[in-house]
Design a protein around this ligand. Sequence first.
Ligand code: SAM
Length: 460
Amino acid sequence: MDYFPLFTKLVGVPCLIVGGGAVAARKAAALLRAGAKITLISPVVSTNLQTFIADKSLHHVARKYRDSDIDNAYRLIIVATDNAELNRHIAEQAHALSVPVNVVDAPHLCSVILPSIIDRDPVVVAVSSGARSPVLARLLRARLETLIPARYGRLAELVAKFRGKVRKKISLPQARRSFWEGALQSPVSELVFSGRDSDAEQWIEQILDDAKNAQCGEVYLVGAGPGDPDLLSFRALRLMQQADVVLYDHLVAPQILDLVRREAERVYVGKRRAYHAVRQEEINETLARLALEGKRVLRLKGGDPFIFGRGGEEVATLAEQGIPFQIVPGITAASGCACYAGIPLTHRDYAQSVVFVTGHLKEGELQLNWSQLVQPQQTVVVYMSLTNIDVLCSQLIAHGMPADTPVALVSRGTTVDQDVITSTLANMVKAIDGKEIHAPTLTIIGEVVKLHGSLNWFNG
Ligand SMILES: C[S@@+](CC[C@H](N)C(=O)[O-])C[C@H]1O[C@@H](n2cnc3c(N)ncnc32)[C@H](O)[C@@H]1O
């Protein structure tokens, strides 16, 4: 992050603007809304600025800029003249005095940049492209403008009005947060947006009367998909933003973890093949214990929690103890990898069924129902298959699958590092010999793999 977003209080604070054109006028208007005490230096000024000068909203110095005009009493300097040399000179002076400076259209001279803002005072959303593309930031702002109702600020005021009362009635912080999330997703918001503030207040009073000081939290068992954060569901994202604590494992990509509420405590319970950082029973117990402490516990799992994810065991423990939970499906690796590799798992011409199996050893053996796998017109997807791919391929051939059946090995599917190796049952082991293959990997076996050549669209 090149620029750290920070909201600063400017009420009554001296700020300097050098320049008198349309851009200076826009910056002056924004600073005036924040209550800044503006001095503006420019021999000539635009019509908008004349209005501010006439109603004494700002102090105008009607002449060219002089070096003695700047000092460190200013908390912000905006430079918006059409003289690039002068702009650079003022920026250098400001840097020497350690006064934050913004030079219009010259990001390299700026120590601060001014974001595009959506003003729903006291709610303010700031959008920045890190000085890369102000137009992009403005377009995003325009989209957000349409999403955030004009009376959003009024809603914030209403929350502020009831905060003390809610705090008195609901002592547990988690329960309080839960109350507000429920209240703000109830008709209260719509009542405020439609101008019926007193009805909204009555509604809050009512739900506050009904509110129990709930002791028990909740567990969200959420499928995070195979890697690409864009594949998360809206519901997954919403619950990720509400969690107090998150338990995650190595299949959850860092970019996905970044989307979890910043304040949430992060607990790594990663399970890698042959190395279980935390035993499954311990994970089950931890989920229950944290929920019983009143926390919203996010159990974030790669792919889908109910496909080779032991999600069933985790919620079974919760169900036994009467702990509330929700389960959010995720895109399983088979779907994600197949789509991103351009391999349809079923296809009218090649496969009318698909089976998902695990290549994990049980008691040192690949205990698969081989005859069920060796069926015509069927795609077989094997999770956790890389270590035993030699046994897998040879057993399938031994059980009657043609040796020239196409096979794809998808590594780190759906991510920018995705790699797809295609071969046949007979040759796959040779095809990957000596290659560095990164986990996680998934094997897809069947005629549909032939389509990869023509349908491959994702370059990572
Ligand atoms: C313990 S299983 C979890 C499966 C997960 N619950 C799902 O629905 O995808 C882990 C296996 O999923 C597969 N897998 C998960 N993410 C993958 C990805 N991005 N690319 C390839 N394979 C993946 C690999 O076979 C890996 O060994």
